[in-house]
Write a protein that binds this ligand. Structure first.
Ligand code: GLY
Length: 593
């Protein structure tokens, strides 16, 4: 089918402007199972996932969102590489085979638990706002917020990418393998071509209108003006050349020189919606090491990424509020258990909207938000049997006075999660993104540029009171990404994370509670139907959550909304053996040995 015909069909059908949300709506179950030409290990892992079994290993394991990416990580780990080495290989392949979710043009957060020292390190490779950005970046001449996709598609939404610098930083700190060799699989696949997966084909078709707006993007995703077929071999020589530059010169090659010039040129000249990024913005980009946020939960400690991510704080608040309640006794089918989880989440989201943002720019009461005293006060609100009629932000202890308005940032589900354990006992949890599906839709040198700046609040003030997550030059937009490592007695027992926009938080909480409280195997925990409450409405996974549970929640007073809820949870439990679980809603697999 030719592109013009495809677009005409969309328009005649009165199709909405499709994005990730719409594509998720039609994502097939276990999309990716139909890939051909896979190794026996990949086939075994796909079979395990289809049967609902975890993959079991003794020495190392990698779980990522596409079999080719997991396979590249497995090759590195098998050869004695570390989890940081494997991550570089996995990310390089993901940028090719799952370009809609993450890549060189995006950003990521990484949580590392060192096998030798036991130390937890968190690295912030989040995109930054250009120095020329202002709080009115996403407002029209009258100061009104732009519509979401008017802001997203084009150069305005593009933040300075952090993923290449993060790959380099992790390798410099913890790598053992030679840097250049980590790109071999991705370069080979880009040059020889890879088979288009069902999910990629589906998402390209669903996003045809926006992807065809820019010539280089259209040329890649609609070769010969036709639709990408599942299993078709797609080559990306431009991406291979970008990877070769990175392999030979390091991440520096991305932030200065020809690649940086092309990024800036593409952003600044995006037709209809140019951005303000400059070469200086790229040259001064730095990965930031941040203090991890670790919150006690029963006999565990749940560690993750602090600001500018809201991930660990919000996950930590939800778990902190739930601690006094015996979820284990209630069980996974209990409406009361889900009421507690849902309302704890609503309370946490109220605080998130008020207080959480880039702490380099805004004072964030990190300790106060998860202190035992504060959690106890918030947890008391959950006593009773019915839905909380209203929730509002609390007042965490803090040594600054705070006068902030609530945030209005929109986040749609995209992104990708990588979990890895290596033979040296290192554990890595990394969530990586270009934000919306296909990001800004701008493509440079074989990779897509993010639209991460739309994770800022479009509204900068309310009645003169500033929003913490407003746009400011050099600031990093608040994220929901929640790469997590759970410890018991100082030893890692679970690595988990997911894509899903602001629903990431609910997906990760579900997997943690399912594994720790409901004693589900890691694959069962990942597969368990999703139920997420952020702002009051209870989203329940269409076709998976039992009608009786949904109607019990409705009787309690919730507005229940059936949604696709396409998480991409990738988890590894660590005990006597490693057990890997990959989300059946996406194409990923666990590989280990
Ligand atoms: N753009 C997804 C997130 O950072 O939460």
């Amino acid at each position: 089918m030719k592109l013009l015909h495809i677009l005409a069909c969309f328009m005649l059908a009165g199709a909405p402007v499709w994005g990730q949300q719409a594509a998720d709506t039609v994502a097939p179950e276990g999309a990716g199972a139909g890939l051909v030409q896979v190794s026996p290990a990949v086939r075994a892992a796909q079979d395990a996932k289809a049967d609902g079994r975890a993959v079991v290993a003794e020495n190392w394991m990698v779980v990522a969102a596409n079999p080719l990416a997991s396979d590249a990580g497995a090759t590195v780990l098998k050869a004695g590489g570390t989890a940081a080495d494997a991550m570089v290989a996995v990310q390089a392949v993901l940028g090719l085979v799952e370009p809609q979710s993450s890549g060189l043009g995006g950003g990521a957060f990484l949580v590392w638990r060192d096998g030798a020292t036991g130390e937890i390190t968190t690295l912030d490779g989040r995109e930054t706002a250009p120095l020329a950005a202002t709080p009115r970046l996403f407002q029209d001449a009258e100061g009104q917020p732009l519509s979401f996709y008017d802001a997203v598609v084009g150069g305005r939404s593009v933040g300075v990418p952090g993923t290449p610098a993060l790959m380099q930083s992790a390798h410099d700190r913890w790598g053992r393998a030679e840097w250049a060799g980590l790109f071999d699989d991705a370069i080979r696949l880009a040059e020889d071509g890879f088979e288009v997966s069902p999910r990629l084909a589906l998402m390209v078709a669903g996003d045809a209108l926006k992807l065809s707006r820019f010539e280089s993007t259209r040329a890649y995703f609609f070769p010969d003006d036709g639709l990408l077929e599942v299993g078709a071999r797609l080559q990306n020589p431009a991406y291979a050349r970008s990877l070769r530059s990175l392999a030979e010169e390091g991440a520096e090659a991305f932030y200065t020189g020809d690649i940086a010039r092309d990024i800036v040129q593409t952003v600044q000249s995006a037709p209809g919606n140019p951005g303000v990024m400059s070469e200086v913005d790229l040259a001064i980009y730095r990965v930031r090491e941040r203090d991890p946020v670790c919150v006690p939960y029963r006999v565990y400690e749940v560690c993750g990424m602090g600001p500018p991510s809201s991930g660990a704080l919000t996950v930590g608040q939800i778990l902190g509020m739930l601690e006094p309640y015996d979820l284990a006794a209630m069980g996974a089918d209990s409406a009361q258990a889900w009421r507690l989880i849902g309302d704890a989440s609503r309370l946490a989201f109220a605080d998130r909207g008020r207080y959480m943002a880039d702490s380099d720019f805004v004072p964030v009461p990190v300790q106060g938000l998860v202190s035992r005293n504060y959690m106890k006060t918030r947890s008391e609100l959950l006593r009773g049997d019915d839905v909380l009629p209203e929730v509002a932000p609390g007042k965490p202890e803090f040594d600054h006075s705070l006068n902030l308005a609530d945030d209005a940032a929109i986040e749609f589900p995209s992104t990708s999660h990588i979990s890895i354990v290596d033979r040296y006992g290192n554990a890595l949890s990394m969530t990586t993104t270009i934000e919306n599906a296909f990001g800004s839709r701008l493509m440079v040198r074989g990779f897509l540029l993010n639209n991460e700046l739309t994770d800022f609040s479009f509204q900068s003030h309310e009645d003169g009171v500033p929003v913490a997550n407003r746009v400011e030059p050099g600031k990093r937009p608040r994220s929901s990404m929640a790469p997590t490592i759970v410890l018991k007695d100082g030893e890692p027992v679970l690595i988990v994370g997911s894509p899903g926009g602001s629903r990431i938080i609910g997906y990760v909480v579900k997997a943690i509670i399912a594994h720790l409280d409901w004693k589900m195997d890691v694959q069962q925990a990942v597969s368990l139907p999703n139920m997420v409450n952020r702002f009051g409405e209870f989203d329940v996974e269409a076709g998976r959550v039992s009608p009786s549970l949904a109607s019990d929640l409705a009787e309690m007073g919730y507005e229940v909304s059936r949604q696709p809820l396409v998480s991409g949870l990738h988890a590894i439990s660590i005990g006597e053996v490693l057990r890997g679980g990959a989300d059946p809603r996406r194409e990923g697999i666990a590989l280990g040995e």
